[in-house]
Design a protein. Structure first.
Length: 151
């Protein structure tokens, strides 16, 4: 199992936005896809696409016009890695048969493994739920120590 590049980039963008919400604000206080792309290195077309998806999923709030831009829709501590990944990838599912209403497997009627995938799926979901955007956007311990030494 592996996250797509889009899901990975979405996490990077959301982490940068969370850092922006804290002390490290941009000079004009506004955030948009262009600034996120510049701060993260995510290509601008990809950043725009992801900002749109993350806004549609309710993770960003968008304001149009002069003085507009985007911001996190909720505090970073209330946004999980699972929220971000699902906004880009859709429902988390280790196999397609763990998605409610999906019946596209030819082995479904006699499958003895299907009941066990739900347990695995819930475990993965819980692990992703346990990681918040606040923790992802926090400086690594080494960087914090270096900053403390300079003070």
């Amino acid at each position: 199992m592996r996250l797509s590049n889009l899901a990975d980039y979405a996490v990077v963008l959301m982490s940068a936005a969370a850092r922006h919400c804290g002390a490290a604000r941009l000079a004009d206080g506004r955030l948009n896809a262009t600034k996120l792309a510049e701060k993260t290195g995510v290509p601008l077309p990809t950043a725009k696409k992801l900002v749109s998806r993350l806004t549609a999923a309710g993770l960003f709030e968008s304001t149009r016009g002069i003085g507009g831009g985007i911001r996190l829709a909720r505090p970073p501590a209330s946004i999980s890695l699972a929220d971000i990944v699902e906004a880009v990838e859709g429902p988390l599912a280790i196999t397609s048969c763990t998605i409610d209403g999906n019946h596209d497997c030819l082995l479904e009627t006699g499958c003895t493994v299907k009941p066990h995938w739900g347990v695995v799926n819930r475990t993965i979901r819980q692990a992703l739920d346990d990681v918040t955007l606040a923790s992802l956007s926090d400086l690594p311990v080494a960087a914090k120590l270096k900053m403390m030494e300079k003070a």
